[in-house]
Ligand binder design. Structure first.
Ligand SMILES: Cc1ncc(COP(=O)(O)O)c(C=O)c1O
Length: 374
């Protein structure tokens, strides 16, 4: 048997990692400014995180959702506290796409409607409804295309208002900062307008924080830089620091019913322990509080690179837009300077999603390399 070949691979075989560093089989050291696609939040192999997981492994790794699991309530409390959203309800699952499927399903149950309004360049995952509401048609099969979806451009007030005339919008789904799409952000007034239209038309506002959450922008969720109140918030990636953990935060007024949602693995003992430990470390090391200074330093450094025409994003969800395509720059950074970075749908954008434990000297290392490449 061999793996189904769906991923283009870099010729690197990592075998060990520590904080912001990755090591390959030949002993090469790489600076990880991509965090395995925004997954590594508190740093690779954080010793306290490993200790917590090992302790839980020795106790109980898994039992199904048919028994009391105090770790689930502990995790819900910890999330409510760090996000300052103690009134939401929590449903746990295993991956980002699964969180999106569940959020859309909850919205549809709640409103008894079935169309979703989403945004051009948005990305929400690869499963059935998740890819249907994403703006990546080549990834959607005929099966996925059966969902009723209307896509409008960010900041297009008229089209958004017009779309609601169909009277069948169960939910609007939005990334506060588009990840895969290339780091365009929703403006505060447009976000408010979306919220207003949702309230007016009895539709749900779903905010996808799968990439922008877990403190990456300096607030626990990126939407918290704006004055909106989502009905549903999806999260994954950084909340587990590499352990597969995802979830949906659900407004307190949404009614639960046995059997409405369910999963075998979601919210298992080890997963909750991972989530709790990430939050404890985020707090203990004051990682979110340090992000504005790091972003400031990054923007300062970027202003000295003449081929960078724009710095996009917020906090440590950042992108450098160049006046040329970045694929060669990205390869040189990786193979010649041993620095992991990311790409996006915007071929001129170099994406930076480092562990939140990054320091100024790591940012300097990137810009020293860019100075020599560009
Ligand atoms: C904003 C956003 N939503 C959803 C997903 C899907 O997450 P997963 O790959 O865990 O299914 C991603 C993955 O990149 C994402 O960036």
């Amino acid at each position: 048997m061999k793996p189904f070949d769906v991923y283009p691979l870099f010729d690197i075989n990592p075998i060990y990692a520590k904080d912001v560093w990755i090591y390959d089989a030949q002993g090469n050291q790489y600076l990880d400014l991509y965090g395995g696609h925004a997954v590594i939040s508190i740093g690779h192999n954080h010793p306290e995180f490993l200790k917590a997981l090992k302790h839980q492994l020795d106790q109980l790794m898994f039992y199904s959702n048919s028994v009391i699991n105090n770790l689930q309530t502990d995790y819900a409390d910890a999330l409510g506290d760090i996000s300052n959203l103690p009134d939401y309800q929590l449903f746990l699952c295993n991956s980002g796409a699964e969180a999106i499927e569940n959020a859309l399903k909850i919205a549809s149950f709640h409103t008894n409607k079935k169309r979703v309004l989403s945004f051009k360049n948005g990305f929400h995952g690869r499963t059935s409804a998740a890819i249907a509401v994403s703006d990546y048609d080549s990834m959607a099969s005929p099966l996925n295309r059966q969902h009723l979806v209307t896509k409008v451009a960010l900041e297009d007030y008229k089209s958004l208002e017009k779309a609601f005339k169909s009277n069948d919008i169960a939910a609007v789904i939005i990334e506060p900062i588009q990840g895969v799409g290339g780091l365009d952000q929703v403006s505060a007034p447009f976000f408010k307008f979306i919220e207003f239209q949702c309230r007016l038309n009895h539709s749900c506002l779903i905010v996808d924080e799968i990439q922008s959450g877990s403190g990456r922008t300096g607030k626990y969720f990126a939407f918290q830089h704006h004055e909106v109140k989502p009905d549903l918030i999806t999260m994954a990636k950084g909340i587990g620091n590499g352990y597969p953990l995802a979830g949906v935060l659900i407004d307190k007024d949404f009614e639960s019913k046995h059997g409405l949602l369910g999963t075998t693995f979601g919210g298992n003992h080890l997963a909750n322990k991972a989530g709790i430990s990430v939050i404890e470390i985020l707090k203990k090391q004051r990682l979110m509080q340090k992000i504005p200074a790091l972003e400031h330093h990054f923007r300062d450094c970027a202003s000295n690179v003449s081929s960078v025409i724009k710095v996009k994003g917020k906090g440590l969800m950042l992108g450098l837009e160049f006046d040329l395509e970045i694929s060669k720059i990205r390869k040189k950074l990786l193979y010649d300077f041993k620095i992991f970075t990311g790409g996006s749908a915007n071929k001129r954008l170099l994406r930076i999603l480092p562990p939140l434990t990054i320091k100024k000297q790591h940012i300097d290392k990137l810009f020293n390399a860019l100075e020599r490449i560009t």
